[in-house]
Design a protein around this ligand. Sequence first.
Ligand code: TXA
Ligand code: MG
Length: 335
Amino acid sequence: MPAFFVSIPVVRAKLYRPTDRNISFLARRLRQGEIVAVPTETVYGLAANALDSAACRKIFEAKGRPASDPLIVHLLSAAQLPVVCVPNSAAEKLAKAFWPGPLTLILPKRAAVPGIVTAGRHSVAVRVPRNRLFRRLLSRAKLPLAAPSANPFGYISPTTAQHVLANLGEKIPYILEGGASTIGLESTIVDIRDPSRPQLLRPGAVSLEDLEAVLRCRVKVLKRKLNSTKTGALAPGQLTRHYSPKTPIFTTRNLGPVKDPTVAYLFIQKPRRKCGKNEFWLDATGNLQRSAKALFATLRKIDESGFAAIYAELAKESDGFGLALNDRLTRAAAK
Ligand code: TXA
Ligand code: MG
């Protein structure tokens, strides 16, 4: 093919070191309606002014995200909740116990939040993040910031600025560098519109038991419908297929003998023997918190290594991290 037919990807995105000047600049760009990729303690997010529908539209375009999938609104503190939603007693308790941190609450929305953010719903997802740099940006921008994970729709979430650059570098202008996300899995999402009937929509670092202890009531776990990729039919955030590498991935409770050299085998804990080049693990000792942190970067690494398939071992669901890990693994494997 003649050289002029070869399309060369144009990387637009610039990485910004977290200096005071850069943070002020990015805050200004957010106020002017631009989108900025930001570090958070869970995963990197792609942020825009949550009160500006044109700015939020850019998020959907850059991610290739269907308009039916609503965004999370990030606030500097729980004191700003009444700007975007109608808080209740459950919100007060959970905010006090877990914010700033990896917990997202679903509450009735206020009119100030444009329909594009909530995909036309009457509810809105809100979170007060813990990451220091994201908080500095929120405080400079003086805005609620809508931010989904900064990955192309359906692909593995980014836990470093380099992941964002690799996937969205041609689609977005600015990335704030903030090292690796300390948690590495997306926030826990709990629907508390009815404070007496909370529902867990997505498991994360804040566990079901943590929520129940603070709310002093049972939290119902919303069961996903299996084998569905439809975007409209299910509750948002409940799409079965998500977080998927390009390599076909299969999960199992018991990862058997490592025989096929074309297959990557992903263990939770490093096997106690000499391992081959096609064997991977999330943590040397099988610690589930550290495994959760390593999951997305490890899946990316395997995905870039050209294996025909990935066989992944599921974690013991002995704590919240185990449940969250298995949620992401089974969703990555869903057809
Ligand atoms: O940790 C996180 O939550 C990261 C960081 C950037 O904060 N964000 C994140 O956003 O994971 P995203 O968009 O990838 O996932 C948010 C999920 C979506 O699946 C969305 O459907 C769900 O939250 N969601 C948003 N608004 C909702 C609503 N009103 N009702 C139910 N689910 C909602
Ligand atoms: Mg996401």
